[in-house]
Design a protein around this ligand. Sequence first.
Ligand SMILES: Nc1ncnc2c1ncn2[C@@H]1O[C@H](COP(=O)(O)OP(=O)(O)OP(=O)(O)O)[C@@H](O)[C@H]1O
Ligand SMILES: [Mg+2]
Length: 337
Amino acid sequence: MKEPLILGIESSCDETAAAVIRGRSLLSDEIISSAQLQAKFGGVVPELASRAHTDAVDEVTSRALRSAGVKKEELDAVAVTYGAGLLGALLVGLSFAKGLAYALNIPLIGVNHIRGHLAAAYLEDAALEPPFVTLLASGGHTAILYAKTETQFEILGGTLDDAAGEAFDKIARVLGLPYPGGPHIEALAREGNPVIPMPRMLKGTGGYNFSYSGLKTYIINYVHTAEQRGEAFSRADVACSFQHAALDILIQKTVEAASEKKTDTVTAGGGVIANGYLREKLAEACRRAGLKLVIPVKRRCTDNAAMIAAEGLIQYRAGNFSPFTINAVPSIPLHMN
Ligand SMILES: Nc1ncnc2c1ncn2[C@@H]1O[C@H](COP(=O)(O)OP(=O)(O)OP(=O)(O)O)[C@@H](O)[C@H]1O
Ligand SMILES: [Mg+2]
């Protein structure tokens, strides 16, 4: 039987993206980003994001179809992020997808953006099957999950306050680095050493939960005190020490969760998984523990449409199609489709 051909569309934040998959094979993966425009304002301005999506959605979809070498009439379904995200931004992609699916008379599949981050790993390894433990670390979410099946997740633990990506963005601001902070902290950390003692977040306690607020406050105080006293300090050492503290705990708890759940596979998803230090240390820890690690390539850790198509495929196979009345939803619990 021929594998379904699915178009994925993503517009929840500042990336307008479209991708085509045939089964788990990725045929195209296109992004038009308004991040550079947003960087001028130190974060995402919702109105600017919506306008940029309106300008880009048609073009990015045409590019995705063209580079996949398929005609829209060949598509079997359109999968689109319906939440969580910025309402106006979501509406642009969702309305476009509805129009396309309606005109082509094919199913529309509304996708939970976070479930998309989790599904990205399926595109990396055609043999990947649940059960496995997943580390989710993005701009708005940080959790360790146990995937029982492709559609059923148990939340083992998560952040009690900020998400990991949010902590990177806030610390970047303190260090005078541009938005989004993650890649800039990573680059600066390469020039420093992890020599500043940091509070370790709920290490050895709190089950699989963790908290970034103590770490964040500690660094803000460290930097402000030094600045007020006119004392020299190494921004690179701060970035490096923060990066280690923020990520080591995620790696440690993920490997512990895999051992407790007696699974031999670990996956990961979300923007923070693009971090080179995390990728290297997580791979090392999994190797030591005899675990197979499947992580998306860097560009499919941050927002993209391939992951939305991948989750669309799971829902397609489960027969979960959306009515054309589906609306954009700014906030969705993780366990919802
Ligand atoms: N190399 C990196 N190191 C650390 N953090 C990174 C890196 N690259 C991106 N990030 C962080 O990842 C986040 C963006 O990830 P993502 O695009 O998944 O978040 P989001 O879509 O805004 O949030 P969510 O997916 O939770 O709704 C930002 O906070 C960014 O700083
Ligand atoms: Mg995201």
